[in-house]
Structure formats: structure tokens, C-alpha cells
Design a protein around this ligand. Sequence first.
Ligand code: QAP
Ligand code: CO
Length: 171
Amino acid sequence: MILPIVTYPNKILKTVSAPVTEFDEALHRFLDDMYDTMMLSNGIGLAAIQVANPIRALILCIPDEEGNQSRDRLIEIINPVIHNPKGTTLYQEGCLSVPGFYEDVERYESLTLHYQDRFGNPCLLEAEELLSIAIQHEIDHLDGKLFIEKLSYNRRKKFEKEYKRAQKEKK
Ligand code: QAP
Ligand code: CO
């Protein structure tokens, strides 16, 4: 099932999501729906709150060198915690909840992620490059934060102006 994606400035995106406690069939169906929704929208990452479900769940599907995004590249991440963040890196980020806008954001270069899979099994992941950046972007969603909140005052002003104009043109 394809779920509607919540877009900025909807206040739902400010929700701090709650930990997942039940790793049941309903969660599995929801994660499958998140995957279908993300792939249809040409995304590489999606947090549950972006489809209006305030739980600490996110999915990532980082393309390989040829741009392939096959299902076996899918990572489902529940109740994540970042450990040992190292270094900083700049990347031009976008977001399915902020369509059509991309801007450079600073993130940690590498990190270790502690999380659970869809069955509640504890997992560990060493992440760097795009995977590390995507993890940080999606965990920010679980805490009610968007990448545009990390922009400087002037870039944020430029964003608000451009985004409002684009919204008007859509209507
Ligand atoms: C988050 O973002 C991310 O504006 C995932 O028109 C971003 O999948 C992780 C998208 C950057 C790491 C680096 C955005 C699709 C997809 C748009 C996305 C759009 C269509 C964004
Ligand atoms: Co996003």
C-alpha cells in the first residue's frame, strides 16, 4: 500500500517519535508499505513520521555505484542510537518531505549504529559516507527535526522564499 507523504510545513513533522515495543505483523506490514512508498517517490531514506506514524522506525536503500536500488540493499532500522560519531562532512541533502529543495548540510563522517531489526533483534552497523549521512538525516526525523533547520539564517530565508513560491505554483 502506498502511504501519503507528509510535507513541510505540516507540524506532524515536529513530533518526537516513540520507541517501538511490538515487533508484530502490523509493524512488518507498515515497514513494507514504507518501502513501496519510498521507492515510488524515488527516495533513498524514509522515517515513519514522514507517513504520519510517530514511531522510531526508518528505512534506507542506498544505491550502489551503478545507481541500483534493489530490495536486498534495504536496511530497516528500529530504535536507533548513534555511538562514536567521528569527523564532519558536507553533503547536498534533500528530503521527500521538502520536495524540490536541496542544500549542503554538515554531518558526522562516520558512526556506529545500535538498532533493532523488524523482529527486535539487536543489530550493529558501521556507517560512513552516504549511509552515515542518511542515518543522521533520518534519525533527526525521529526527533522532529528537518535538515532545513540546520541551515544558516540566510540560507533558511532563501529556502522559505523559494519553497513558498514553488508551493504557490503547484496550486
Ligand atoms: C534523506 O532523502 C537523505 O526533493 C533521503 O523531489 C538525503 O530520499 C539522505 C527526494 C540526502 C542522505 C542524503 C527529494 C525525491 C528524495 C526530493 C531522499 C524530490 C524527490 C529524498
Ligand atoms: Co527527510
